[in-house]
Design a protein around this ligand. Sequence first.
Ligand SMILES: [Zn+2]
Length: 431
Amino acid sequence: MLRIILTGILIASCLGTMPASADVVIYRFAKIIDGTGDVLNAHDIAVEGKRIKAVGNNLDKSFAGHVVMMEGLTALPGLIDAHTHITYGLSHYPAGDAWAALGKIGRAERYAAAKTNALKTLQTGVTSVRDLNADQRLDFDLQAAINAGEVPGPRIYTSGPGIHPFNDPLPDGTETASAEFLAEAAKKRIAMGADWIKIFGTTGSASDLTSRAYYSADAIAAATAAAKKAGKRITVHTYGPEAVDAAIAAGVTSIDHPVGMSAAQIKAMASADIIYVPTIDHNRYYAQHANQYGYDADIQAGLRVFVGRNIKAVRQAHVAGVTVAMGSDAVLSGFGENTCELKAFIAAGMSAVDAIQTATVNGAKLLGEDANLGRLHPGFEADFVAVSGDPLSDISAITNGVTVVMKAGELVVDHRVDPAHINQPNCGTLY
Ligand SMILES: [Zn+2]
């Protein structure tokens, strides 16, 4: 009997269901910076399967695993982009009207472009994204393919189609969305399998920088309550302060984009622990790539003004203790520039440590994954980025120095032998 049990254990370990210590791989870095921004007194990260087993020194003496040298490189946790549109993509980006081009292509082409965006995102060191607004189930299909290991890409936290008058036309004869109507809209997304409920609280998108409220505070509260009942998180899009009070009163998880909040609103966000995802940099992106969108000089000037207002809002919110998360709001050719937002945070007065936190621990908190993502800690998902240069003295080490990326224990990017292929976005100038 004993022999049978022992044989069973041996077979199990050969099949890999009981990983032996030989399956541990030790990655040795010049420096390790945790998601808190702290420099750890450690050079090694031991990875077993999809998880971090240990962080320390000389871990090859503790575990029977081989050592992989990450010479001269600094480790950070895999980064989190809290606002993407990964399913918005084209096969190429000529001058013209990119939005019209996006509207003309079929689902297969959209899906192929989404896969390219997923790969470009990994190249920036981002291993998890919250994707906010997708149609034709493109986000759900991409999420499933990535989770199944069929497509390389970041973990995707989905929303399906955002709640918006265009996606949710009002019943004939009504002019405003009732609380019941918006709760039903949230339930539709929950039934689709969305991880998040996104409400477009106001106008404002791309070259449209207006902020007119779409929904009443009661309606936003009803949708939020329905989302929470199903264990889902909720975020509200608002370009100005117009939907901020409603979002705070409803108790949402995050508020995306806004400029021009009052001191009282900022204080209320801080005390309610609502996360601010400012997406400063995407308006810089639109201005810099105006030719692809056909945006004239006036539109470009407006976008740059909005960037300045957004920086001011982040500066105020950060000083007031609001948790800020990095969200690129990347669309189309913006993938690959996902982390340029970090430079905008430095411009808003954050230290490098604060900026790192926006893309690590703060992003993990937003996702409800703070015991799983955003830190280099035993038991966490084995997601890391190895960068050249020192991110604590120059944030460009993160935007332009991503040499190696690991996601869930797998090396998904490795430019140690071909550093010329390191992703080199032109983050341009903000103003
Ligand atoms: Zn967006």
